[in-house]
Ligand binder design. Structure first.
Ligand code: M6R
Length: 610
């Protein structure tokens, strides 16, 4: 949530800052700004709206030769998205300038004290407090002033700071919000997300919590929370630069939908050994611990939670351990009963979602075993989990997740098979059948995407004028309905609801009338007949029904208005194919409605506030 960039090097800073901000715009896009160290002062240029507005504003002003600067793209939390609240923020006399991701929870008491001490506030943001505090705490030493200041802050922060007295330097620090940096012969590049600096280097340094980095004259020095300077090893990033570009697609979302065969291939195949066993690297759950697990809790937000809903069915079916799912923002405040026989599975694409991270910390504190399914390497959740299983989906830029969701589901299949196998619940034949079917998924995903692309473009036309839609299904189909409904609503702004198909008649069916669109997910053969009964109920009230199922059920789908047939696979894996036409439906509907698909209103990719 919000994006930070910085550059200090041999060249003019502004083009690098704008290039980085463009890459990070998906993290927040209601205002943007930069600050550069000029000979006599720190110069700030900022505006509400997108990076394009900032670029025009910069182009209309005098050129800057500055070689050191910071930038920010904002997702508003404190104060409206306007010019004044946009970052960067200057201190009272312009000595310090700050860009900030996160939320300072004690900012009101700090602000009251600063006002009493004679400081004046221009903005409504929590961030401006930090700028003024830096000036108040200034002792002539940039790093020690930052250390003193952050010790007064409660909450989350990633900070990049300029000081007028140190025109060749940037100081950065963070707590519960990420920051990454790297250097090459052109200078030092920093950002809140590695995709913004990948073009310049793929050997990067992730700042640890409360660590401080000083960037000065092309050198990077790291100071631990105790103030001691220390060595830090870079991490090599495998993601290619092109993976973070649109590659000819009109939107990142469509590109990422089409990348799903590769994402699943890359996630699954390295975890299958030559003797068809599931293996994980750096997995710390022993067979004895697995044998003594009596409960599994899956904690996540949004689509990651929906992936967890798939996992709930699959894990329970395969391992015979009771499984529950919990929305992270609820879980963290409900004092859950957890012990060393509970496995908490935490799922997050970004690895930085504030509520999910808090849920993981709670599970760790309470002594549960934790396994995290994460896409972003070295993110906070990846670093704090008992074990981490990475989804190898590559960078996901569109705010609406597609390939990361599918990769999360693939890891849950792997984990279910692994635990079942370690518990001795799978015969050799059953294990091989399961693993073979998993390995075939990338091809089936590819086939499904090719088969239903044109069809979903056509069906999207039905949704364009709609204000409401309903998605129904049972068991795994219901898990898919939740994700399908979110995909449609978050990018097309059509109100939609997902219901367990049998639940509709307990109230919501009163909303169904002539012409209402109902999407029925019906790939689970064991409950297909039951779902068909629910389809008849809505048809009887005038609904038009689009139904997704497998070829074995095609003949029995005579009641429905529109059919989508997905390829055959194991019943537990059909949901992975079933979700694909739903992603395309959301995409093409939003496109036809002229929506901003990759950056839907009010949203941001990584939700680092609770
Ligand atoms: O980074 P995370 O996986 O933790 O993010 C969780 C949700 O914020 C995310 O899935 C969100 O719901 C997406 N907009 C869904 O497309």
């Amino acid at each position: 949530m919000c994006g930070i960039v910085g550059y200090a090097g041999k060249h003019h800073a502004v083009p690098y800052l704008l290039e980085g901000l463009e890459k990070l715009e998906y993290r927040g896009y209601d205002s943007a700004g930069i600050a550069v160290n000029e000979p006599d002062a720190i110069r700030v240029i900022k505006t509400r709206g997108r990076i394009g507005n900032l670029e025009s504003l910069i182009a209309s002003q005098r050129h800057s030769d500055a070689t050191v600067g910071i930038g920010h793209t904002r997702w508003a939390t404190h104060g409206k998205p306007n010019d004044v609240n946009a970052h960067p923020h200057l201190s009272e006399h312009g000595l310090f300038c700050v860009v900030h991701n996160g939320i300072i929870e004690n900012y009101l008491s700090l602000k009251a004290q600063l006002i009493a001490d004679g400081f004046h506030f221009a903005s409504e943001t929590d961030t401006e407090v930090i700028a003024h505090l830096l000036e108040q705490n200034y002792d002539g030493d940039f790093v020690s002033t930052v250390r003193k200041t952050v010790a007064m802050l409660e909450g989350a922060y990633a900070l990049c700071i300029l000081c007028r007295d140190f025109p060749d330097s940037i100081v950065c620090t963070r707590w519960a919000s990420p920051l990454v940096m790297g250097k090459n012969s052109d200078g030092v590049f920093l950002a809140s997300d590695v995709t913004a600096i990948l073009k310049h280097t793929d050997d990067v340094f992730y700042l640890d919590g409360r660590e401080i980095a000083l960037i000065e004259n092309g050198a990077l020095t790291f100071f631990g929370p105790d103030g001691a300077a220390g060595e830090k090893q870079p991490k090599h990033i495998d993601w290619s630069v092109s993976a973070a570009q649109k590659d000819g697609y009109e939107h990142f979302m469509l590109k990422e939908i089409m990348e799903q065969p590769k994402a699943i291939q890359d996630t699954v195949s390295p975890r299958i050994s030559s003797d068809k066993r599931i293996v994980f690297e750096n997995f710390h759950l022993t067979d004895d611990e697995i044998a003594h697990l009596n409960r599994i809790v899956i904690v996540a937000c949004g689509s990651a939670f929906h992936a967890g809903e798939v996992g709930r069915y699959v894990l329970e079916k395969m391992t015979r351990i009771p499984v529950e799912t919990a929305i992270a923002s609820e879980f963290r405040y409900r004092d859950p009963v957890l012990d060393s026989h509970t496995l908490v599975i935490v799922i997050s694409q970004s690895g930085e979602t504030a509520d999910t991270l808090a849920g993981l910390r709670l599970a760790n504190e309470k002594g549960a075993k934790t396994v995290c399914i994460v896409n972003v390497v070295s993110s906070s959740i990846a670093n704090e989990g008992g074990s981490v299983i990475y989804t190898h989906a590559g960078p996901e830029i569109a705010v609406a997740t597609t390939k990361a969701y599918s990769a999360q589901v693939a890891v849950l299949y792997l984990l279910s098979g692994y635990i079942a196998d370690r518990k001795g619940l799978l015969t050799d034949d059953a294990r091989k059948t399961y693993v073979d079917a998993l390995l075939k998924l990338p091809d089936l995903i590819d086939q499904t995407l090719r088969d239903c692309d044109d069809q979903m473009k056509k069906f999207a036309e039905l949704f364009i004028p709609m204000e409401h839609a309903y998605f129904i299904g049972r068991n795994l189909d219901y898990a898919c309905a939740m994700e399908a409904s979110l995909k449609l609503k978050e990018i097309s702004y059509i109100h939609s609801e997902a219901y367990a198909a049998g639940e509709l008649k307990h109230g919501t069916i009163s909303l169904v009338e002539k012409g209402t669109l109902v999407v029925a997910l019906a790939a689970c053969s064991d409950v297909f007949g039951k779902t068909m009964s629910n389809i008849k109920e809505v048809k009887a009230r005038g609904a038009r029904v689009l139904c997704v199922s497998t070829s074995e059920n095609a003949a029995a789908m005579n009641e429905v208005d529109f059919k989508v047939i997905i390829p055959d696979t194991l019943p537990l894996f059909a949901v992975t194919l079933e979700v694909l036409p739903m992603q395309l439906l959301g995409y093409y509907t939003a496109k036809s409605r002229g929506c901003d698909i990759d950056k839907p209103r009010n949203l941001a990719k990584s939700v680092t506030v609770e």
